[in-house]
Design a protein around this ligand. Structure first.
Ligand code: BGC
Ligand code: CA
Length: 275
């Protein structure tokens, strides 16, 4: 089995998520401690007073989520402004979010008790709209542009949902047969894709990133020395380094950052576009 290399230890980090590659730098969040990290020559931290469920890149900085809002951070000035404010139940919060090739943001929510389908997936352009309902833990959205497909994960279902996708209008079309990943330990969490359309799925509770082809066949397994593997993204100048974030387990272990070199390049982290 392949083994990811530990590249940065963060003893305080609780829930490492949402890695993105922006202008030669890796950024990721610690959702529960409400921090945004940037990894290059060193690690810097931006503190806010909220949880930060995800980040996506934009031209002048980052878009990030709080429990129930979407904000814009200008990196040079540090200025923050709210761009969407939602009304969720007390036990519902934002979770993973990503932009499609048109810069349209898709962000989902979750039941903070991780039990009931109280969450949804929303689409944000100049307004918000609900596109999927009855989700327990929204995760892993990614697109195969050539084939016009969107992949999506509701973690406890242990399936990767597959939708035809209208990439001119950023619209989810009909749903196809899901890829069942319930034979693997843990639950599927964050996910990315390479330029050949293979899926790299982080398994929370499964100490691994498992790579599937578009038919759901396992191509390879990458072992990560943390129980809770949460998300991954391609970075590096050639987009051939897979960066992997992890979360602390019940014994207080985990939360560190890993990487592994890949033969096939990945796709870039798409930027949010203001319209
Ligand atoms: C959520 C965690 C959850 C994990 C496992 C993550 O995306 O942020 O709260 O435990 O998925 O499904
Ligand atoms: Ca996640």
């Amino acid at each position: 089995m392949l083994k990811a290399k530990l590249i940065h230890e963060s003893p305080q980090l609780k829930l490492g998520e949402s890695p993105i590659w922006r202008d030669g730098l890796l950024y990721y969040v610690d959702i529960l401690n409400g921090k945004i990290y940037s990894y290059g020559e060193n690690i810097t931290q931006l503190h806010t007073d909220s949880i930060i469920p995800f980040i996506v890149p934009c031209d002048d900085g980052l878009i990030f989520a709080t429990k129930d809002s979407i904000k814009h951070l200008i990196l040079k000035s540090g200025k923050v402004e709210t761009i969407f404010k939602m009304k969720f139940d007390e036990i519902v919060r934002f979770n993973d979010g990503k932009c499609d090739m048109n810069g349209v943001l898709f962000a989902g929510t979750m039941d903070m008790n991780e039990k009931d389908p109280l969450g949804s997936l929303y689409r944000f352009d100049n307004k918000e709209s609900k596109v999927l309902d009855r989700i327990t833990i929204s995760n892993g959205t990614i697109w195969n542009y050539d084939k016009k497909i969107m992949y999506y994960i509701d973690s406890p279902t242990r399936k990767i949902r597959v939708f035809n996708y209208d990439n001119r209008n950023s619209a989810i079309l009909d749903e196809m047969e899901s890829i069942d990943v319930s034979v693997f330990p843990g639950v599927p969490d964050g996910m990315t894709i390479d330029s050949m359309g293979n899926l790299y799925v982080a398994f929370h509770g499964g100490s691994s990133v498992i790579v599937f082809d578009s038919n759901g066949k396992v191509i390879k397994k990458i072992y990560v020395s943390a129980k809770n593997v949460d998300s991954c993204v391609f970075g590096g100048d050639d987009l051939k380094t897979l960066y992997i974030t992890t979360a602390m387990d019940e014994n207080g272990d985990g939360g560190n950052l890993y990487k592994i070199k890949n033969e096939i390049s990945g796709i870039p982290s798409e930027k949010y576009k203001f319209i």
